[in-house]
Every structure is written in C-alpha cells, then in structure tokens.
Design a protein. Structure first.
Length: 274
C-alpha cells in the first residue's frame, strides 16, 4: 500500500486528480486530496443489473451499449459464445443459454439472483420473423414462430417477473411489432403477427398481477428497424423513415430510468416516420 501511495504521489497531478477514480496495475483506487484508498471490487447494492436477451443482435447489442453507458451491470444472453464479451466492458457478462429450455432459463435467473442480489431491468429482444399469408401458413409455421417469439420471452420473463414481485421493483420490456399490435398491418405475416400479439397480452397480465407494486411490463413496438438485413431486403426504401437500434435502445433506457417511474402499462410505439 505504501508503494502504491508513493507511486501516485510521484505521478499524479493533484490539480487534475483532486477527486477521481483510476486503476493502477488493474487495482481500482480513489484519489482525493492526495489521499489514496483501494476501492473494493465487491458489488454494491447501488449497482443495477439488467438482463438482455438477443444481446448479440442488432437491437440487443445497442441495448447492451446503452445500459453499460448508464452504469448498469449487464447480463447479455446469447445462443452461442461471441468471442468478444471481455472486450465490451468489465461490467458486461455474457451468458450462453437456450431460451427454448424453460428449466435452464429458470436456473439461470435463480443463479443470477444469487450472485447479483436482484434484477432491476429485463429486455427481451430475442425472436424471429417469417413471411406468409393464411393460405401459405400451416399450424406448424405458427408454432415455430410461437416458439421463437413467445416461448423465448416467456421462459425468461416468468422467473424474472416473480423475482421483481419479491423485491417489489423492476421493469420488463418485450419487443412487440406493429403487425402484432394492429392486424391491419399483419397481411402476409400471419404466424409472426399471431406470435407477437401474445406478448401484448402477457404484458397486460403481468401488469394486472403487479398492480400496487413498483413492477411494470412494457411492450416496445417498432415498425421497421434500420438494420443491414432490412436495407438489403428493401433497397429502395427511405431509410430515414426507420428507427435505428440505438434510437430504440435510448427509448428503452428512458422508460427504465427514474424519470419514467410513474408510468404504468406502456405500449411504446417507436414508428418514427414509417
């Protein structure tokens, strides 16, 4: 400790380091009026934890970045290891999980609660898309979309919701769709629209059960998201009318913030100009 103090005394300009936090050889230290203290690495109760599924996707990745910028401990759920988790942030933990496995999801949430103490926010971005009119859509097609868009959300949302009810606070965000919210926009996407519509009903049920508690389930409703794949599929579209993943992530972050604490039962339409 004496060597560390001497090192900082010799190399740190007190005018610019009167009060700051830095790391020396990987050790977090605080400098205040030239007094040095080792900062504990133990997680404190003030740190907030967010779970984000589909963390390696376009929208999920932007949500991860936004919550890291806001100081959260971020748990990114992915279906396979990305090889870049350590490079994102020391506050980011990547968890490989099959969201179709309900028991595995329950175990993962239980483990995270044991480690972190609480779950403050959950954002469920994992899902899939399929085209198809009623004529072209079989029951098996609907079930596949149900698994991708509803089961993957419900398997995580249920244990997360129960934990938030126990701690009497939390925010849950489902990613709906315009087609799932309004069937006037569902022509040609039958299975997708039906599966996404269930997320709206699930959020409603959660908000009914959570009435009187500080637990809120929201549905974020994008129209077309500005992603490389959508640009490739619609080369002649006006991309300025689409919402970017970072714009949607900022909206989610706001609704999870103290400034939005009084809002209940939100259906958040992020259509931009579409």
């Amino acid at each position: 400790m004496a060597n560390l103090k001497q090192f900082l005394s010799n190399c740190c300009n007190p005018e610019i380091l009167e009060k700051t936090n830095i790391r020396v050889a990987g050790t977090p230290v605080c400098v205040y009026n030239r007094h040095v203290a080792i900062v504990s690495e133990k997680k404190t109760s003030m740190e907030k934890t967010v779970i984000i599924t589909g963390a390696s996707g376009n929208l999920g990745g932007s949500v991860v970045k936004k919550f890291l910028e806001d100081g959260y401990q971020v748990i990114g759920i992915v279906h396979k290891k990305t090889q870049q988790a350590g490079a994102i942030s020391e506050n980011y933990e990547e968890l490989v999980l099959d969201l179709r496995n309900e028991a595995a999801c329950e175990e993962a949430v239980s483990s995270l609660v044991s480690k972190r103490g609480r779950i403050d926010v959950a954002v469920f971005t994992a899902g899939g898309f399929a085209m198809g009119t009623i004529e072209k859509t079989k029951a098996s097609d609907i079930y596949q979309q149900y698994q991708l868009n509803f089961e993957t959300a419900y398997h995580m949302a249920r244990p997360v919701f129960l934990q938030m009810m126990t701690q009497n606070k939390g925010r849950i965000f489902f990613i709906g769709s315009r087609a799932g919210n309004d069937f006037a926009h569902a022509r040609g996407v039958t299975a997708y629209a039906l599966s996404k519509s269930l997320l709206f009903r699930l959020a409603e049920l959660m908000n009914v059960e959570a009435k009187g508690k500080n637990v809120v389930a929201s549905v974020v409703v994008p129209s077309t998201i500005d992603t490389p794949q959508n640009r490739k599929d619609m080369p002649n579209a006006d991309y300025s009318h689409w919402a970017s993943p970072s714009e949607i992530a900022a909206v989610i972050q706001y609704y999870a913030s103290p400034q939005a604490d009084i809002i209940r039962e939100p259906v958040i339409k992020v259509y931009k100009h579409a």
